[in-house]
Every structure is written in C-alpha cells, then in structure tokens.
Design a protein around this ligand. Sequence first.
Ligand SMILES: [Zn+2]
Length: 586
Amino acid sequence: MTPSLRILVRSDQPENMFGPYTGELLKLEGISDFDIADMGAGEDLPGGDPQVVILTRARLYNREQEQLLSYVRNGGSLIVFRPSYRLCEALGLTATFTVTPAAYLLPDADHPVSRGLPHEPLQCHWPMERYGLGSLPGGAEIIAHDYADLNSPTGYPAVVSFLFGNGRIGLCFYDPPATVARLRFGNPDQASINTMGFRFYTRSGDLFTDHFDISRGHLPQADLHCNLLSNLIAHLSPQPVPRLWYYRVPEERSALPMRSDDDWSTVEMFEALHSGVEQRGGHCTFYLVRDTNLPDATVKEWLAAGHNFGYHSNPNSTPEDPYLAIEGILRDDAANFEQRYGYTARTTQIHCATWRGYMDLVPVFHDIGLRMAVTYGSHLKTYGTYMCGSSRPLKFINEFGRIMDIFQQTTVIYDDASVQKMLTEEVDTELEKVARTLDNAVNLTYSPIGFQSHPVSYFTYSAPYIGGCMDLAQERGVPVLSMDEWLEFTQRRYEADLTLSSADGSSIECDLTAGSLSGPLTVAVPVPEGRIPTAATVDGQSVEPTLRSILGPRYALVPVELQAPGELRRITVHISAEQGGSQDYG
Ligand SMILES: [Zn+2]
C-alpha cells in the first residue's frame, strides 16, 4: 500500500543533507505513515499517488519538475523546502535572488495552519530566501512571515500555500529540518571551544552562546517549527492525517523526565531525594559514580520500585585532558556498570556536563548501549529556558547529516552549585517561573520539561525548590518519570505505525501496529472544524474520546493499550454531523 506521505530526498546533492531528517521531525509529531524516496538513487517521484509529497531541499531536472507539477495539477499536494528559483518561477513567483540572513519566522495570526502557534518570531538560523508573490495562481495565502530580527518584518513570506491545477502547494523558503538541527544542537563552528566564561571542560552549552536568542527561551522554538510543518501537512492533505499524541494517555499534557547525578552524595542524601520523589508518585533515574556511596542492595530495591540507574562518568578521574580521556572513561564505566548491576544502562549524563566536538561522543554512546543522552542542559544565563528549542526526545543528526539512533533529551530545570544562591534566596520567584513554564506546557505547547536534582543539593538546600517543582507538576497532572520510563515510552511511540484506513463524513478509522514494545499509546484522530467526536472504539470496544487542539488543528484523543509486540489495533472515531459552513474531508 502507498503511504499517505512521501518524502523526496536527494543523496547525490550535498545541500540535501538534512532532507532525510524530515522523517524524524514527522515521527516527533507522531506521524508515521510516510516513506522516503531517494531521487539521487533514481527512485520514483510521486509514484503510487501519495496524498502529500514533501520535496526536501533539492535541485530538479526539467523532467522531474514537470513530473511533480503534473502530480499537483492532477490533484496532489506538494510541500517544498527551500524551492529552487526555477521551480518558483514556473509557479509564478518572483525571485529576488536575495536573502534575509539568520532569519526569524513569524507565524501568521489568522491563517488556519499557524494561528494556533504563539504569534512571536522564531529563530531559523539559516538564510530565508526572498520571493515576491508575483503572479501566483489560486489566491496565495501567507502562513508565516520573514523577519530580519525580532522587530523587523521584511515584507517577504516565509511560508505560503496556494492552489495549482486541481492540487495544492505549500512552499517553505527555508529548510525546516536544517533549522531544527541548528536550534537543537547549536552552532558546529563552536565545537570544542569554551564560550561561556566557564573554566575547564567544554560543554554542550558552549555550542549555544551567541547562537540561541535568549529572548526566545520561553518558546520551544524547534518544536514550533515541527508544529508548523505538521499543521501544513494536515492542511494540504486531502485525507485526514492521524497522529500519535506526545504522551502515554490523553490526560498527560506534559512530563518531567527526571534524573539525578550522584556527585558522591551520602546515602542519607540519596534517601532524602528518593523519598521526595516517591511522595509525589514519581520515578527517577540516578546516575552513579564508580565509587558511589549507595549500596548495591538499595539499588536493587529502588529498581524493583520503578526507579532506574546509569553511570555518571567522571572526567576528573585522570590528569589527562578530558577531551582525550572521556571516551575511555565512558567505555570503562559502561563495562563496570554492567558487571556490577547486571544490566546495560540506557541513558547517561557525564559529570560536569562534559562534551566533546559537535556531538563526537554520540557514536561512542551508541556503541556502549546508550539510547538517550541527557547532556544538553540550560546552564548559567539560559537557566530554565528552552536553550535547545525543545525538551522533546529527537534523534541526533551531526553537521554532515548523519542521523544517529540515539535520542537527545535536554534538561531545563536543575539544581547545582551554579544556581544555589538563586534557588535559595529567590525560591518563590523561581517557583513562579516554573509554574508559568508548566502552564504554557500544559495549556499550549504540550512540552515536556527535562528535570534534574542532585541528592547533595536536594539535601543541603534545594528541597523547597525541587519539591515545589514536583508539587506544581502534580497539581497539573504532570508525571515525574524516570529517564528510562521516558526512553521506553519514546521508543514505543517511535516504533509504532499508524495509518489511515478509511474516512467518510461520519467516521474515521485508523490502524495502529505495535513495534517491539507494549504499553500505552494515544492516537490523535483529526476532527474537522465545527464538528465534535461523539464516540470512539478500539477493536470494537467503546473508549471515551478527548477533544483537544494541538497548536491549532483539533483531534480526538483515543488511548490504546498495546499488549504484544507487532499487534494490530483498529481505532474508530465517530464524528457529529456537520454544523454548517465548515470544511469536510473527502
Ligand atoms: Zn555530576
């Protein structure tokens, strides 16, 4: 069966290196019904008639351009990232052959694709190409605007859509996957350079100095670019595009994935933090130093109670430059951990947040069995902000376009010596900030918030703050999850496959196929404007649907409990009759 979406990439053109990352952005948005075709390897363009084709940054032969345009004329939908001037001119746009360097993008406040997003400029990091609307056919609509900086509109569009023949076209005059990569992983030119005024090791945070616009810190910028893209797909697709919700069940609208770095805390300190987490019904992953004070018997007991563990590699354990020593230390720690505790650690954080290169340690992490790296923290000036534009898990991609099978999970809120004064003297002010961050997450962006506490910090000064954060989360129904629970959910969601089976005026059916992991997932079925879901079933069994807008478009959320690897579940959502004047599927 042809998937609903086809992503066209071009392995023979280096400018396309972020093209395949589009698939990871869609997975993050819970969309899995797509394939990736490599035009560079001679694969078919819109072959099999998918509902939507995404052409990633590429230059086209005339024959290919004509093939794509004829697919659209015949009713197809085409989204193009950084379209070539030849394609733009063929569509009736006026090329200026100029750009806005390091552009910002402002989502339009009125367009259905963008009006559910915050109406605030977002960093794009790369040049925005400037096109005039010229003689566009079919009433072009502007979805996002090009800004030179926070306050300066250029008058050019960043994203447009319009009708063409019997089909529809959406153009992004920048490259969304490249933008998400720069937002999340920082500036590769700053790799292994200390930029933060901090003595010693380079950290991932060094990649973000003068790169991340701290005035945007309240916005998960990278995620919002993904939301804009998934909304554009939903808008242009002739058929509804079902998705997986960001969390396990509909009631969850954010999460605090939590870890704790040992840092040679005493048993008493560990126990204080552990009981603080347990009191709030949470779980935590503890990263233990090699000479930890925590007895093996306690590790066993806490594992059985749903907490988890990994190693906290110490770059100070040799007199060598950590740049040179850290890989060996990591490998030793992985082997020691496995031997001592009897299982492979899946997530980690290195002591002092030590980092090397742009992401040179990530292949090492993968090699020693890690599947989630918790390395990117909002340190110092960026404390409490979305420095990486996200706290959602997404696979790494390096500066050469290599995607690695390991998730980046950022930390937004933490305690350590650098914030001790602030979290002690201004605890109420800081908790008010956390309440605002949680409210935005729960009511608007559905962002998770990476969370960390050291036993030694909790015990000596941060319990009012860290405990307060967990209380605020609990009041809002936001669970505190161990990194391992969060990873397992992330993998379960990543591996599952969701496809549309049928859609008519009164019901939508889709099929969810489990990957290798069982457990809860929630399916989000699109509900047209002016309609409501009236009932839902999973394999014929009645389930109460929850209506929720995800940054604009509305969905019926239906929880599904996957019980076995590879099993297939059929989800049906019934929708109320049209209440006049609204868009329908068909
Ligand atoms: Zn540490």
